[in-house]
Design a protein around this ligand. Structure first.
Ligand code: RUB
Length: 308
């Protein structure tokens, strides 16, 4: 259990971050945990798996990839502990393999939307969006990137390091320079923490500002997201919880303590309505956001809609 608790803590503190990586870490943690469950009764086994699953799911509330990955990993139809364990191990291995392949596939599919000479703007640090950008570059397209800093955690610095390592010409900007710089941009590409049934995109706070600026300047906005980032529970009208993180990420605690009339609001994500999104690049194809319902139905299945 300690190992699983460590993974949960690493997700909570964002040592492991990005919706895809969180999902993979949770699936692997559950796999390793079931290997060491000692009970012989299937009811007790299921109870332990459910407890572990809920610890993982509670670490970060917004990325739907997390409950989806946990659900895909833990589901089994076995009546014996040994069979259930085997099934969960197989599920985890399959999920991890497919997640790796999805990243590659999104790169191939998304790169078709990038033209030679394009200037691409991206926000935060998305492995899915970077897969599209680096694939286009490796295909020989002469592209460059404008990357936002992404306050307060500055994940943009991870992005520029990766782009630099690929040899891709990159410009770092502060988040408030997005609208000013949009005139130089051809395409915006971002990742996703969740996509709802109505095609709305939940991603790093500031994404909706990029979308507004792109829309105003008539530039395309693409989102790269694996099918496991679509949210089945939104079929029932449930909303995605927007994670509020600690004020310490924004301002020094002592400085804040000296200003009793000031409070800090630190939402980690925001919501971009479907009408601002041109295309969602998944591992199974590029779709308009209005196709979210079909993706959920065909690639996640109705059983998922029962999830909390
Ligand atoms: C990261 C973020 C990313 C998505 C997609 O937020 O908003 O755009 O998670 O990432 P945080 P990926 O840093 O708070 O986790 O494409 O890597 O899954």
């Amino acid at each position: 259990m300690q190992q699983l608790l460590d993974t949960a803590e690493n997700i909570r503190t964002m040592e492991i971050r990005g919706a895809g990586r969180i999902a993979e870490a949770a699936s692997a943690a559950l796999r390793d945990y079931v290997l060491n469950i000692k009970v012989t009764n299937i009811k007790d086994f299921n109870k332990k798996v459910d407890e572990a699953a809920s610890i993982l799911i509670q670490t970060r509330p917004t990325a739907v990839s997390l409950p989806n990955a946990v659900q895909l990993t833990k589901r089994h139809t076995a009546t014996e502990v040994s069979e259930a364990r085997e099934e969960i191990l197989r599920n985890a291995d399959k999920f991890l393999e497919q997640a790796g392949q999805a990243l590659e596939k999104m790169g191939e599919i998304g790169a078709k939307r990038i033209r030679d000479g394009d200037v691409i703007m991206t926000h935060c640090n998305s492995h899915a969006a970077l897969s599209v950008i680096t694939t286009a570059f490796e295909q020989g397209k002469d592209i460059s990137v404008i990357a936002t800093e992404s306050r307060p955690r500055r994940q943009g610095l991870i992005t520029i390091k990766e782009l630099n390592d690929h040899g891709i010409p990159t410009t770092l900007i502060v988040d408030s320079a997005v609208r000013y710089c949009m005139k130089d941009v051809d395409t915006v590409i971002v990742g996703a923490d969740a996509i709802t049934i109505n095609g709305a995109l939940v991603n790093k706070v500031g994404t909706s500002q990029l979308a507004l600026a792109a829309n105003e300047a008539r530039k395309n906005l693409l989102c790269a997201a694996e099918t496991f980032k679509f949210s089945p529970k939104t079929i029932h009208g449930d909303l995605i919880d927007i994670e509020e993180r600690s004020p310490e990420e924004v301002i020094d605690t002592e400085v804040l303590a000296g200003m009793p009339n000031v409070k800090v609001k630190n939402p980690a994500f925001d919501i971009t309505p479907a009408e601002y999104i041109d295309m969602i690049i998944t591992e199974v194809g590029a779709f308009p956001p209005q196709m979210a319902y079909t993706i959920i139905k065909e690639h996640l299945g109705w059983e998922f809609t029962k999830m909390g």
